[in-house]
Design a protein. Sequence first.
Lengths: 452, 114
Amino acid sequence: MAGRGLTKVLPLRTAVSTSAGLASAAINFLAVVDVAVNVGGRSAWLAIMVAGVLILMAASNFSELNGLFPSAASIRVWARRGLNDQVSLVASLVYATTVVFVIAADGFVLGHVFHAAVGGVPGILWVVLILAATAAINLRGIKIAGVVQDSNAFFLLGTLVLISLIAIWRGPQLDIGPLFHFGSHWFEGVALGVFIFVGFEWVSPLAEEFHDARAIPRGMYIALGLIAIAFGLFALALTDIVPHPSQLATSLIPQLIVGRTALGALGFWWMALITLTTAMTTFNGGLVTASRFVYALARERSLPSAWARLNARLVPSSALLGLATVALGLCVLVYVTGEYEVLINAGAGVESLMYALTSVLVFSLRRREPHRKRPFHAFWYPVVPGFVALIFLGLAVGALTTPVGTGNTPWALVFVGGLTVAATIYVVFGLPKKRRQEVLARSAKTVSADPP
Amino acid sequence: MGLTATLQGFAEKCNQHERLRVMNRDWTRNVRVLAEDVGQDYWIRSVAGELSAGEGELSEDADMEIRADQRVLEAVFSGEMTPTEPYNQGDLMVRGNQDDLFRLDVITLMIWGE
């Protein structure tokens, strides 16, 4: 009988762990504190749940687009089909750089956690060591990196649930009333809560490794549910231990505080280990995804061909090392300046813009390719995609225009705006010139190779 | 030239390439190639780096599946275009392991250059 199936396809578990692992960054612990400060304390868990519902709506856009074009090039393909080549390329370049922001911001948190835990060693040294180790693992092939990624997410989420439950049990008596108290900045809290989930969609480039097109949507939804439960419980534990979270507003180690309350020194070190694995997940997942994305752009001649080099293990080594170096440079910069919030806001802003863009693409592709097979449809089209576009556009504006540091300058907007302008100039002016030169070089080569 | 001949030419070029034979000696895979517009199945088989190709369905499960219109498949497997171009346009869809996808990309790169 003729074979029709595929061997070596990924299980649903991998879709869940990849999605949950990439969303679970070390900066999420600080985001929980920010949510709690804004909502005025104990209803932080509820704000996180509501944020989860908003993200679920955005996930339904990704599900439809993934089903339409299950490709590792994800947003590059969707935007090219739904809009045009130039917009797609600018969006792809800016989106790829977001990975570097998140790695750098996570590195900053990791460095501070380990400096708090092991006082004698400078925090930045930990970041250099771990980033270098992650890059080295990645250079040896995707399999080891995949094992790290697969196990990390469940370890992290399981630990968060366990430690949080113990902290709640050991903490002061839980008063039910404040759990549903809506403070004056409750909606700002929900907006901040959304950023705990961002990155869940980075599982999209794995779409072609699943035989069942529904694995990615299912994986994303399960992952979002697990993240909501784990970080919701963490928020509950944190606000139970510290009823006035503004006391923690400048802390970079809230997870260590919860860990110590739950299990003393063991809990403290356990949470330090969790921070390490969380940062590794971010470094690892970010480098795996972004390096292959950069490789693909270089292979279609949209980026310099040097970025398309593969090592003997078929790893895009130039792209990987380049991205790791840029991330390390940014990390050192924020470590020296302490302005890590610029990167968080920039990353959150770009991610929100991408979620809004997916709505535009859902509308556009339904019009342009109405008969193409859609294994999954976005929820309640056109209402939910329209709502997602408005909500996430608003969140992007909020994240990018929030002043950070001294003065009133929205540095995240300056940063992302500068990047977008640079990418646009490259795509509109630099790339056509580069392509013309390549065509001329190829013609010259062909002419000189022709026999007289 | 039809797609069968193109695929067989591709396999022959691989087999004649000394570096590719060394590189692919641990690569044993069945690749299903589907020309979607005409609904015709083709296959490429690698046994320890020795490639063969033909028309029709595979007799066993595939490790990788490549789908596109016939003209795109002909262009890719004859070296007229890199696989990445139609891939990034959504005109060439692949299912399977990313390592295998990279391997096929490298094969085309080594045979025809950038």
